[in-house]
Ligand binder design. Structure first.
Ligand code: AGP
Length: 619
């Protein structure tokens, strides 16, 4: 996510802003910038890359002022470059803005501005143009930045926290908040705003969190908070009792737990705004972020390879089920490190989908490059805008998970699962196997997934108790079928990579072909057993392993829990998913939490497990 900090009323505001941006680095970013306002000029310094690039630029171009705003950008629209870095300024140079979130209707708003010159490819910049236009419409002797911002924000769609400065209001900062965090504060004659407390606790611990639809005018003499109608309202005030390290994790003990709990929002952001009306008219259709492949070319695809590693490979297994179900194309899921060393049959009618959180995993990049050498189109499903895979692919579907800091992938995985469902629907639509209305209906049903994931997160206490019971078991077998099998693999990987306990996954139907020999008194078996086409078979597998002394933890759904309770030692009951292919998004969450609690009980370094790196950039 992007980071925002604003300060007004301090002569050394720039130093405070740079220090605040440093505190926000943990959020992950790919560019940074500052704008100062001395009433005569808005002066902007911004650079792609890490904060050090900005600091160097500031040394060469010092800014001195008592009012300014700063930003660290996690790119969502437009590659990480100097020109796309925030702040953005309107052409007249009178309004500057920084932004965290996504403005969905920015293209329509840009179109309304006709031939206005835009300096960037971002969704953000249009808000500076619009606020400047609103100020122009106000009486010259009664310019009101807050009123102008409210008028513009009333027209925005999406999730955003916006922060403006303007020459017309030299010592003011005006902010707007909707579905992206923003806090404000005032201490010792200085006004502050920031994306989160980490940027402010060096200055004050008395803060206020704006709620959706609230605005604030921040000035050296105080902070005024109003609602959409301009009526004064009381924000949610609280005292921050975290230390800085905790603040970066927003109060969570580990990044992994924070990122597990960010999944409802990450999934909602990945699902957001996936329908568009094509330029040539017709009903709304699914679209991908950047598709540089002709849709008709996709219509002639007769084979799909999905390439990935680790957790991303497990997401690809769900991608196979989705694409075969909705698009009717045969799909092979390939370990990326194996793909190019065998003799895969790849031609221009083969679509290769490369899945990678980082977009920098060398094996996946190399596999995708091999495919392109064979003239096969490549679509990248990635979380990092401008990453190598994104740049080299013919089409990109971005997950909007935000930066994932913990080595163990969680929110990136569940947003990859959503991405796989979107790809299945998209390809089904392109190949005429799905009417746009059918895809639209399924997409509408998927909108309930974030709330369902939130319900699963609320089972945490029950899951922690299970971890307490089983945290000394030195071997755990995960079994599943159909949509449960990829999650069995992912559950085993999560447990082994952060707790260092042995864990394996098998197709439940394979048990009798060997693995059941491992089962003895006290073995732990985790069984993915949602209601559905293979539930009866899973019950049989559970009975088989229990008959041989295993303890069984079953992950069921409302439709299967009653029968599971008759056979398993422990049952976690999840909501029924809005579609069976969305079931993995829910069923992985208890396994993420189970692994997290086991690892913390065992005193392991959850965020930085031994021997592992967040991104494997070497073979
Ligand atoms: C999973 O928890 C690990 N972080 C690892 O398996 C990871 O999924 C794999 O290295 C692939 O990384 P990528 O998604 O960035 O390509």
């Amino acid at each position: 996510m992007c980071g925002i900090i604003g300060i007004t009323g301090r002569p050394d505001a720039v130093d405070g802003i740079v220090a605040g941006l440093t505190r926000l680095e943990y959020r992950g970013y790919d560019s940074a910038g500052i704008v100062t306002n001395d009433g005569r000029d808005l002066r902007v310094v911004k650079r792609a890359g890490k904060l050090q690039q900005l600091v160097k630029a500031l040394e060469a171009q010092p800014l001195a002022t008592s009012t300014g705003i700063g930003h660290t950008r996690w790119a969502t629209h437009g590659e990480p470059t100097d020109r796309n870095a925030h702040p953005h300024v309107d052409p007249s140079g009178r309004v500057a803005v920084v932004h965290n979130g996504i403005i969905e209707n920015y293209q329509a708003l840009k179109a309304e501005l006709g031939d206005a010159r835009f300096a960037s490819e971002t969704d953000t910049e249009v808000t500076a143009h619009l606020v400047a236009r609103e100020l122009d419409r106000q009486p010259e002797d009664a310019r009101d930045l807050l009123a102008a911002v409210r008028a513009v924000v009333a027209r925005l769609q999406g999730a955003y926290s916006l922060c403006f400065v303007a020459l017309d209001a030299p010592d003011e900062i005006v902010v707007a908040k909707h579905e992206a965090p923003l806090i404000v504060a005032h201490a010792d004659g200085v006004g502050y705003c920031a994306s989160d407390v980490a940027a402010l606790i060096a200055h004050t611990r008395e803060v206020a969190a704006l709620l959706d639809g609230q605005f604030a005018r921040i000035a050296p003499d105080g902070v005024e908070v109003v609602d959409v109608h301009g009526e004064p309202v009381e924000p949610h005030r609280y005292e921050v009792d975290w230390d800085l390290a905790a603040a970066e994790k927003q109060g969570f003990p580990h990044f992994m737990l924070k990122e597990i709990h960010e999944q409802p929002q990450a999934i909602a952001d990945t699902l957001r705004d996936r329908l568009t009306v094509p330029p040539n008219g017709g009903g709304p259709r699914l679209y991908l972020d950047e598709l540089r492949i002709d849709e008709h070319e996709l219509g002639s695809i007769d084979k799909v390879f999905i390439l990935a590693c680790g957790t991303s490979l497990h997401a690809g297994m769900v991608g196979k089920l989705a694409i075969e179900h909705w698009a009717g194309i045969p799909v092979d899921v390939e370990v990326a490190s194996e793909f190019r060393y065998r003799d895969p049959i790849v031609d221009p009618h083969t679509l290769v989908i490369a899945i990678s959180q980082s977009g920098e995993t060398i094996d996946t990049i190399a596999g995708a490059s091999y495919a392109r050498d064979q003239r096969a189109p490549v679509i990248a499903l990635v979380n990092v805008v401008g990453s190598t895979l994104a740049r080299e692919a013919d089409g990109v579907l971005y997950t909007h998970a935000g930066p994932e800091v913990a080595v163990a992938s969680t929110k990136a995985f569940t947003t990859q699962l959503i991405g796989c469902l979107l790809l299945g629907l998209f390809l089904g639509q392109v190949r005429g196997r799905l009417f746009a209305s059918e895809a639209e209906d399924i997409l509408a049903r998927l909108q309930s997934v974030p709330e369902a994931v939130q319900q699963v997160l609320e089972l945490d206490a029950q899951i922690a108790a299970l971890a307490e019971r089983y945290h000394d078991v030195d071997y755990t077998m995960f079994i599943g079928r159909h949509t449960g099998l990829p999650i069995a693999y992912e559950g085993a990987l999560k447990l082994k990579e952060i707790s260092y306990l042995h864990a394996e996954a098998f197709p439940a139907g394979e048990m009798k072909h060997g693995p059941i020999a491992l089962i003895e008194q006290g073995s732990l078996v985790v069984a993915l057993a949602p209601a559905g086409r293979v539930f009866g078979k899973m019950v049989s597998n559970i009975q088989e392993v229990r008959a041989r002394g295993a303890a069984v933890l079953a992950i069921g759904t409302e439709g299967s829990t009653a029968e599971l309770k008759a056979h398993a030692d422990d049952v976690l009951t999840l909501p029924e998913p809005p579609h069976e292919l969305a079931g993995p998004v829910l069923s992985v969450v208890p396994l993420q939490l189970f692994s997290y609690h086991v690892a913390t009980l065992r005193g392991e370094d959850v965020d930085q497990p031994r021997n592992l790196a967040k991104t494997v950039t070497v073979e």
